[in-house]
Design a protein around this ligand. Structure first.
Ligand code: GMT
Length: 395
Protein backbone atom coordinates (compact mmCIF):
# COMPACT_ATOMS: atom_id res chain seq x y z
CA UNK A 1 0.00 0.00 0.00
CA UNK A 2 1.11 3.59 -0.53
CA UNK A 3 1.73 4.33 3.12
CA UNK A 4 4.39 6.93 3.95
CA UNK A 5 7.79 5.36 4.29
CA UNK A 6 9.98 5.95 7.35
CA UNK A 7 12.97 8.04 6.39
CA UNK A 8 11.45 8.85 3.00
CA UNK A 9 13.35 11.67 1.32
CA UNK A 10 10.82 14.04 -0.13
CA UNK A 11 13.41 16.48 -1.44
CA UNK A 12 14.57 14.25 -4.25
CA UNK A 13 12.00 15.09 -6.91
CA UNK A 14 9.93 17.96 -5.63
CA UNK A 15 11.07 20.72 -7.93
CA UNK A 16 8.69 21.75 -10.65
CA UNK A 17 10.47 24.31 -12.75
CA UNK A 18 12.14 26.55 -10.21
CA UNK A 19 9.29 26.49 -7.74
CA UNK A 20 9.52 24.23 -4.73
CA UNK A 21 6.19 22.49 -4.32
CA UNK A 22 4.89 22.16 -0.76
CA UNK A 23 4.47 18.85 1.06
CA UNK A 24 0.92 18.81 2.37
CA UNK A 25 -0.76 16.69 5.05
CA UNK A 26 -4.52 16.46 4.43
CA UNK A 27 -7.07 15.37 7.01
CA UNK A 28 -10.76 14.87 6.31
CA UNK A 29 -13.70 12.65 7.09
CA UNK A 30 -12.97 9.66 4.93
CA UNK A 31 -16.50 8.37 4.46
CA UNK A 32 -19.01 9.69 1.93
CA UNK A 33 -19.61 13.43 2.13
CA UNK A 34 -18.79 16.59 0.26
CA UNK A 35 -15.95 17.70 2.54
CA UNK A 36 -14.18 14.35 2.10
CA UNK A 37 -14.69 14.52 -1.66
CA UNK A 38 -13.26 18.04 -1.86
CA UNK A 39 -10.27 17.13 0.34
CA UNK A 40 -9.49 13.98 -1.63
CA UNK A 41 -9.87 15.54 -5.06
CA UNK A 42 -7.73 18.47 -3.93
CA UNK A 43 -5.03 16.06 -2.74
CA UNK A 44 -5.13 14.12 -6.00
CA UNK A 45 -4.76 17.27 -8.08
CA UNK A 46 -2.05 18.75 -5.87
CA UNK A 47 -0.09 15.55 -6.33
CA UNK A 48 -0.47 15.77 -10.10
CA UNK A 49 1.00 19.25 -9.91
CA UNK A 50 4.06 17.94 -8.10
CA UNK A 51 3.10 18.32 -4.42
CA UNK A 52 3.74 15.43 -2.11
CA UNK A 53 0.44 14.71 -0.38
CA UNK A 54 -0.01 12.77 2.86
CA UNK A 55 -3.53 11.78 3.85
CA UNK A 56 -3.82 11.39 7.61
CA UNK A 57 -7.19 9.97 8.62
CA UNK A 58 -8.93 7.12 10.39
CA UNK A 59 -9.77 5.36 7.12
CA UNK A 60 -8.63 5.55 3.54
CA UNK A 61 -10.71 8.32 1.86
CA UNK A 62 -13.24 6.61 -0.38
CA UNK A 63 -12.06 8.20 -3.63
CA UNK A 64 -8.45 7.14 -3.02
CA UNK A 65 -8.63 3.44 -3.57
CA UNK A 66 -5.86 2.98 -6.08
CA UNK A 67 -2.18 3.76 -6.34
CA UNK A 68 -1.26 7.38 -7.03
CA UNK A 69 2.23 8.69 -7.35
CA UNK A 70 3.15 11.29 -4.72
CA UNK A 71 0.29 10.25 -2.45
CA UNK A 72 0.77 8.57 0.90
CA UNK A 73 -1.76 7.37 3.41
CA UNK A 74 -1.14 7.33 7.15
CA UNK A 75 -3.89 5.64 9.17
CA UNK A 76 -4.60 6.96 12.64
CA UNK A 77 -4.32 4.12 15.13
CA UNK A 78 -6.74 4.36 18.01
CA UNK A 79 -5.95 2.42 21.17
CA UNK A 80 -8.88 0.98 23.08
CA UNK A 81 -8.34 0.87 26.82
CA UNK A 82 -11.10 -0.20 29.20
CA UNK A 83 -10.66 3.07 31.08
CA UNK A 84 -11.76 5.08 28.00
CA UNK A 85 -15.48 5.38 27.49
CA UNK A 86 -14.64 6.69 24.01
CA UNK A 87 -11.25 6.45 22.34
CA UNK A 88 -9.73 10.00 22.13
CA UNK A 89 -9.45 10.17 18.33
CA UNK A 90 -8.51 13.86 18.37
CA UNK A 91 -5.36 13.08 20.36
CA UNK A 92 -4.37 10.05 18.28
CA UNK A 93 -4.85 12.16 15.16
CA UNK A 94 -2.66 14.95 16.60
CA UNK A 95 0.09 12.43 17.38
CA UNK A 96 -0.02 10.95 13.87
CA UNK A 97 -0.05 14.42 12.32
CA UNK A 98 3.01 15.48 14.30
CA UNK A 99 4.89 12.26 13.47
CA UNK A 100 4.14 12.57 9.76
CA UNK A 101 4.96 16.29 9.79
CA UNK A 102 8.38 15.58 11.27
CA UNK A 103 9.24 12.42 9.37
CA UNK A 104 8.11 13.74 5.98
CA UNK A 105 9.03 17.41 6.59
CA UNK A 106 5.50 18.63 5.87
CA UNK A 107 5.05 22.31 5.09
CA UNK A 108 1.27 22.40 5.56
CA UNK A 109 -1.33 20.57 7.61
CA UNK A 110 -4.56 21.19 5.71
CA UNK A 111 -7.65 20.10 7.63
CA UNK A 112 -11.13 19.87 6.16
CA UNK A 113 -14.03 20.36 8.57
CA UNK A 114 -13.00 22.24 11.69
CA UNK A 115 -14.15 19.82 14.36
CA UNK A 116 -12.10 18.05 15.61
CA UNK A 117 -9.47 18.22 12.86
CA UNK A 118 -8.38 21.81 13.50
CA UNK A 119 -7.86 20.95 17.19
CA UNK A 120 -5.58 18.05 16.27
CA UNK A 121 -3.64 20.20 13.81
CA UNK A 122 -3.20 22.90 16.44
CA UNK A 123 -1.77 20.35 18.89
CA UNK A 124 0.43 18.76 16.24
CA UNK A 125 1.85 22.14 15.26
CA UNK A 126 2.72 22.84 18.91
CA UNK A 127 4.29 19.40 19.30
CA UNK A 128 6.46 19.83 16.21
CA UNK A 129 7.39 23.34 17.31
CA UNK A 130 8.60 24.39 13.87
CA UNK A 131 7.47 27.81 12.63
CA UNK A 132 7.58 26.68 9.03
CA UNK A 133 4.76 24.15 9.59
CA UNK A 134 1.49 25.95 8.80
CA UNK A 135 -2.10 24.97 9.54
CA UNK A 136 -4.84 25.63 6.97
CA UNK A 137 -8.44 25.02 8.05
CA UNK A 138 -11.16 24.72 5.43
CA UNK A 139 -14.67 25.27 6.75
CA UNK A 140 -17.28 23.24 4.91
CA UNK A 141 -20.67 23.78 6.45
CA UNK A 142 -22.17 22.19 9.51
CA UNK A 143 -18.80 22.52 11.27
CA UNK A 144 -19.90 26.17 11.46
CA UNK A 145 -23.66 26.24 10.96
CA UNK A 146 -24.59 23.38 13.33
CA UNK A 147 -21.86 21.46 15.16
CA UNK A 148 -19.53 24.39 15.82
CA UNK A 149 -22.36 26.36 17.42
CA UNK A 150 -23.14 23.67 20.00
CA UNK A 151 -22.40 25.35 23.33
CA UNK A 152 -19.84 22.66 24.17
CA UNK A 153 -17.90 23.37 20.95
CA UNK A 154 -18.47 27.09 20.38
CA UNK A 155 -15.47 28.62 22.22
CA UNK A 156 -13.18 25.88 20.90
CA UNK A 157 -14.32 26.45 17.30
CA UNK A 158 -13.67 30.18 17.59
CA UNK A 159 -10.27 29.54 19.18
CA UNK A 160 -9.25 27.15 16.39
CA UNK A 161 -10.33 29.55 13.67
CA UNK A 162 -8.20 32.26 15.28
CA UNK A 163 -5.21 29.97 15.72
CA UNK A 164 -5.09 28.54 12.19
CA UNK A 165 -2.51 30.18 9.97
CA UNK A 166 -5.13 30.40 7.23
CA UNK A 167 -8.85 29.73 7.13
CA UNK A 168 -10.84 29.14 3.98
CA UNK A 169 -14.60 28.81 3.51
CA UNK A 170 -16.32 27.13 0.57
CA UNK A 171 -18.71 30.03 -0.07
CA UNK A 172 -19.28 33.71 0.70
CA UNK A 173 -22.34 32.57 2.63
CA UNK A 174 -20.21 30.41 4.93
CA UNK A 175 -17.61 33.11 5.38
CA UNK A 176 -20.29 35.61 6.39
CA UNK A 177 -21.96 33.09 8.68
CA UNK A 178 -18.62 32.36 10.38
CA UNK A 179 -17.91 36.04 10.96
CA UNK A 180 -21.48 36.76 12.14
CA UNK A 181 -21.69 33.81 14.52
CA UNK A 182 -18.17 33.66 15.88
CA UNK A 183 -17.36 37.35 15.66
CA UNK A 184 -13.90 36.40 14.51
CA UNK A 185 -11.53 38.97 13.10
CA UNK A 186 -9.48 36.27 11.38
CA UNK A 187 -9.14 36.75 7.66
CA UNK A 188 -11.23 34.08 5.89
CA UNK A 189 -10.56 33.43 2.22
CA UNK A 190 -13.37 32.06 0.08
CA UNK A 191 -12.18 29.22 -2.12
CA UNK A 192 -15.24 27.57 -3.64
CA UNK A 193 -15.78 23.89 -4.18
CA UNK A 194 -14.89 22.54 -7.58
CA UNK A 195 -15.61 19.80 -10.06
CA UNK A 196 -13.47 17.91 -12.53
CA UNK A 197 -15.44 18.41 -15.74
CA UNK A 198 -13.41 15.72 -17.50
CA UNK A 199 -14.74 13.18 -15.02
CA UNK A 200 -18.28 14.55 -14.62
CA UNK A 201 -19.56 14.61 -18.20
CA UNK A 202 -22.92 14.60 -19.94
CA UNK A 203 -24.13 11.33 -21.43
CA UNK A 204 -27.44 11.56 -23.29
CA UNK A 205 -27.53 7.86 -24.05
CA UNK A 206 -26.67 6.70 -20.53
CA UNK A 207 -27.44 2.99 -20.01
CA UNK A 208 -29.33 3.73 -16.78
CA UNK A 209 -31.93 5.56 -18.85
CA UNK A 210 -32.83 2.36 -20.65
CA UNK A 211 -33.12 0.59 -17.32
CA UNK A 212 -35.03 3.18 -15.29
CA UNK A 213 -36.82 5.15 -17.99
CA UNK A 214 -37.44 2.64 -20.81
CA UNK A 215 -40.39 4.59 -22.20
CA UNK A 216 -38.69 7.95 -22.29
CA UNK A 217 -39.82 8.97 -18.80
CA UNK A 218 -38.00 11.95 -17.28
CA UNK A 219 -35.49 11.11 -14.57
CA UNK A 220 -35.23 13.14 -11.37
CA UNK A 221 -32.37 12.42 -8.98
CA UNK A 222 -31.29 13.24 -5.46
CA UNK A 223 -27.95 12.29 -3.88
CA UNK A 224 -27.03 12.89 -0.25
CA UNK A 225 -26.34 11.37 3.15
CA UNK A 226 -30.07 11.59 3.96
CA UNK A 227 -29.75 13.68 7.10
CA UNK A 228 -32.43 16.04 8.40
CA UNK A 229 -30.75 19.07 6.84
CA UNK A 230 -31.33 17.52 3.39
CA UNK A 231 -35.10 17.98 3.78
CA UNK A 232 -35.75 14.73 1.96
CA UNK A 233 -39.47 14.77 2.74
CA UNK A 234 -39.78 17.64 0.26
CA UNK A 235 -38.29 15.44 -2.46
CA UNK A 236 -41.08 12.90 -2.13
CA UNK A 237 -43.70 15.70 -2.00
CA UNK A 238 -42.31 17.33 -5.13
CA UNK A 239 -41.95 14.05 -7.00
CA UNK A 240 -45.50 13.04 -6.16
CA UNK A 241 -46.87 16.18 -7.83
CA UNK A 242 -44.49 16.07 -10.79
CA UNK A 243 -45.39 12.44 -11.49
CA UNK A 244 -49.05 13.51 -11.76
CA UNK A 245 -48.10 16.02 -14.44
CA UNK A 246 -45.77 13.90 -16.60
CA UNK A 247 -44.24 10.41 -16.84
CA UNK A 248 -41.13 10.34 -14.63
CA UNK A 249 -38.99 8.30 -12.27
CA UNK A 250 -36.92 9.23 -9.22
CA UNK A 251 -33.40 7.99 -8.41
CA UNK A 252 -32.46 8.23 -4.74
CA UNK A 253 -28.69 7.92 -4.34
CA UNK A 254 -27.05 7.52 -0.92
CA UNK A 255 -28.23 6.48 2.48
CA UNK A 256 -28.61 7.89 5.98
CA UNK A 257 -30.81 8.35 9.02
CA UNK A 258 -33.82 9.78 7.12
CA UNK A 259 -34.00 6.92 4.62
CA UNK A 260 -36.48 4.84 6.65
CA UNK A 261 -38.94 7.75 6.65
CA UNK A 262 -38.42 8.32 2.93
CA UNK A 263 -39.20 4.69 2.14
CA UNK A 264 -42.39 4.94 4.20
CA UNK A 265 -43.47 8.16 2.47
CA UNK A 266 -42.76 6.71 -0.97
CA UNK A 267 -44.86 3.64 -0.16
CA UNK A 268 -47.67 5.70 1.42
CA UNK A 269 -47.83 7.88 -1.70
CA UNK A 270 -48.10 4.78 -3.92
CA UNK A 271 -44.86 5.68 -5.68
CA UNK A 272 -42.83 2.53 -5.02
CA UNK A 273 -42.81 1.50 -8.70
CA UNK A 274 -41.47 4.87 -9.74
CA UNK A 275 -38.64 5.27 -7.23
CA UNK A 276 -35.27 3.53 -7.40
CA UNK A 277 -33.27 3.34 -4.16
CA UNK A 278 -29.67 3.06 -5.30
CA UNK A 279 -27.85 3.07 -1.93
CA UNK A 280 -24.32 4.42 -1.58
CA UNK A 281 -22.64 5.11 -4.89
CA UNK A 282 -18.91 5.91 -4.71
CA UNK A 283 -18.63 7.20 -8.26
CA UNK A 284 -21.47 9.67 -8.73
CA UNK A 285 -20.10 10.49 -12.16
CA UNK A 286 -21.36 7.08 -13.30
CA UNK A 287 -24.94 7.81 -12.28
CA UNK A 288 -25.65 11.56 -12.35
CA UNK A 289 -25.45 11.96 -16.16
CA UNK A 290 -28.52 9.71 -16.48
CA UNK A 291 -30.75 12.32 -14.83
CA UNK A 292 -32.71 15.24 -16.29
CA UNK A 293 -33.07 17.18 -13.04
CA UNK A 294 -31.26 17.12 -9.70
CA UNK A 295 -33.28 17.92 -6.57
CA UNK A 296 -31.47 19.47 -3.59
CA UNK A 297 -34.11 21.14 -1.38
CA UNK A 298 -31.90 21.26 1.77
CA UNK A 299 -32.86 23.42 4.73
CA UNK A 300 -29.53 25.07 4.01
CA UNK A 301 -26.36 24.16 2.11
CA UNK A 302 -23.14 26.06 2.58
CA UNK A 303 -22.33 25.11 -1.01
CA UNK A 304 -24.12 22.02 -2.31
CA UNK A 305 -21.33 20.22 -4.15
CA UNK A 306 -23.60 17.61 -5.72
CA UNK A 307 -25.49 20.37 -7.55
CA UNK A 308 -22.22 21.54 -9.12
CA UNK A 309 -21.30 17.96 -10.06
CA UNK A 310 -24.74 17.55 -11.66
CA UNK A 311 -24.25 20.77 -13.63
CA UNK A 312 -20.95 19.49 -15.00
CA UNK A 313 -22.91 16.47 -16.25
CA UNK A 314 -25.38 18.78 -17.98
CA UNK A 315 -28.06 18.02 -15.39
CA UNK A 316 -30.06 21.05 -14.32
CA UNK A 317 -30.18 21.56 -10.53
CA UNK A 318 -33.27 22.59 -8.57
CA UNK A 319 -31.70 23.60 -5.28
CA UNK A 320 -32.33 25.39 -2.03
CA UNK A 321 -32.03 29.16 -2.00
CA UNK A 322 -30.72 29.05 1.58
CA UNK A 323 -26.96 29.16 1.75
CA UNK A 324 -24.26 29.21 -0.89
CA UNK A 325 -25.83 27.42 -3.86
CA UNK A 326 -26.83 30.82 -5.28
CA UNK A 327 -23.13 31.56 -5.76
CA UNK A 328 -22.99 29.16 -8.72
CA UNK A 329 -26.65 28.62 -9.66
CA UNK A 330 -28.40 31.49 -11.41
CA UNK A 331 -32.13 31.01 -11.08
CA UNK A 332 -33.75 30.37 -14.46
CA UNK A 333 -30.42 30.46 -16.32
CA UNK A 334 -28.40 27.39 -15.33
CA UNK A 335 -30.74 25.96 -12.69
CA UNK A 336 -33.43 26.87 -10.19
CA UNK A 337 -33.31 28.18 -6.63
CA UNK A 338 -36.33 27.82 -4.38
CA UNK A 339 -37.20 28.13 -0.71
CA UNK A 340 -36.93 24.59 0.71
CA UNK A 341 -40.53 24.74 1.96
CA UNK A 342 -41.97 26.06 -1.31
CA UNK A 343 -43.30 22.76 -2.68
CA UNK A 344 -45.57 24.38 -5.33
CA UNK A 345 -42.65 26.55 -6.50
CA UNK A 346 -40.38 23.52 -6.85
CA UNK A 347 -43.09 21.52 -8.64
CA UNK A 348 -43.72 24.37 -11.09
CA UNK A 349 -39.99 24.69 -11.88
CA UNK A 350 -39.62 20.92 -12.32
CA UNK A 351 -42.65 20.59 -14.59
CA UNK A 352 -41.55 23.60 -16.64
CA UNK A 353 -38.12 22.22 -17.44
CA UNK A 354 -39.11 18.59 -17.79
CA UNK A 355 -41.84 19.37 -20.28
CA UNK A 356 -39.71 21.60 -22.51
CA UNK A 357 -36.73 19.72 -23.99
CA UNK A 358 -35.34 22.75 -25.75
CA UNK A 359 -35.30 24.81 -22.55
CA UNK A 360 -33.75 21.92 -20.65
CA UNK A 361 -31.06 21.55 -23.28
CA UNK A 362 -30.25 25.27 -23.17
CA UNK A 363 -30.08 25.36 -19.39
CA UNK A 364 -28.03 22.15 -19.30
CA UNK A 365 -25.46 23.69 -21.64
CA UNK A 366 -25.26 26.84 -19.48
CA UNK A 367 -24.93 24.66 -16.40
CA UNK A 368 -22.05 22.65 -17.79
CA UNK A 369 -20.24 25.73 -19.08
CA UNK A 370 -20.53 27.53 -15.74
CA UNK A 371 -19.47 24.49 -13.71
CA UNK A 372 -16.43 23.83 -15.85
CA UNK A 373 -15.37 27.50 -15.85
CA UNK A 374 -14.87 29.32 -12.55
CA UNK A 375 -15.62 26.14 -10.61
CA UNK A 376 -13.44 23.88 -12.72
CA UNK A 377 -10.74 22.03 -10.84
CA UNK A 378 -7.68 23.76 -12.33
CA UNK A 379 -8.99 27.20 -11.53
CA UNK A 380 -9.77 26.34 -7.91
CA UNK A 381 -6.73 24.18 -7.11
CA UNK A 382 -4.61 27.13 -8.22
CA UNK A 383 -6.27 29.24 -5.52
CA UNK A 384 -5.21 26.73 -2.86
CA UNK A 385 -1.66 26.61 -4.24
CA UNK A 386 -1.48 30.41 -4.22
CA UNK A 387 -2.62 30.39 -0.60
CA UNK A 388 0.07 27.83 0.34
CA UNK A 389 2.70 29.91 -1.47
CA UNK A 390 1.72 33.06 0.38
CA UNK A 391 1.75 31.27 3.72
CA UNK A 392 5.09 29.65 3.13
CA UNK A 393 6.56 32.92 1.90
CA UNK A 394 5.49 34.37 5.25
CA UNK A 395 2.96 36.78 3.76
O1 GMT B 1 -21.29 20.03 6.80
C1 GMT B 1 -21.83 18.98 6.42
O2 GMT B 1 -23.02 18.78 6.44
C2 GMT B 1 -20.99 17.89 5.89
C3 GMT B 1 -20.32 18.32 4.66
C4 GMT B 1 -19.91 17.08 3.97
O3 GMT B 1 -18.89 16.52 4.38
O4 GMT B 1 -20.64 16.69 3.05
O5 GMT B 1 -21.16 19.09 3.79
C5 GMT B 1 -20.81 20.41 3.68
O6 GMT B 1 -19.64 20.50 2.89
C6 GMT B 1 -19.82 20.26 1.51
C7 GMT B 1 -18.46 20.36 0.83
O7 GMT B 1 -17.89 21.61 1.03
C8 GMT B 1 -20.82 21.27 0.95
O8 GMT B 1 -21.00 21.07 -0.43
C9 GMT B 1 -22.17 21.11 1.67
O9 GMT B 1 -23.04 22.12 1.22
C10 GMT B 1 -21.98 21.23 3.16
N1 GMT B 1 -23.21 20.86 3.85
C11 GMT B 1 -24.03 21.73 4.42
O10 GMT B 1 -23.80 22.92 4.45
C12 GMT B 1 -25.27 21.17 5.01
Amino acid sequence: MFVGLPGFDRHSDRKVGLMKMPAVGITCYASQGGSGVVATELGLHLSRRGCEVHFISSELPFRLRKYHENIFYHPVEMPHYPVFQHSPYTLSLATTMSEVAERCSLDILHVHYAIPHAASAYLAQKMVGRDSLKVVTTLHGTDITLVGQEPSFFPMTRFLIEQSNAVTAVSDFLKKETIDVFGTGHDIEVIPNFVDARVFQPDDSHPLRTRFAPNGEKLLAHASNFRKVKNVGAIVDVFKEVSRALPCRLLLIGDGPEMVGVRESVAAAGLTEKVEFMGQVDSLEDVLPAADLLLLPSLHESFGLVALEAMACGVVPLATDRGGAGEFIQDGINGFLRDPHDIPGMVAAAVKILSDDQLRQEMAEEARRDAAGDFGISCVVKQYLDLYDRLLAGA
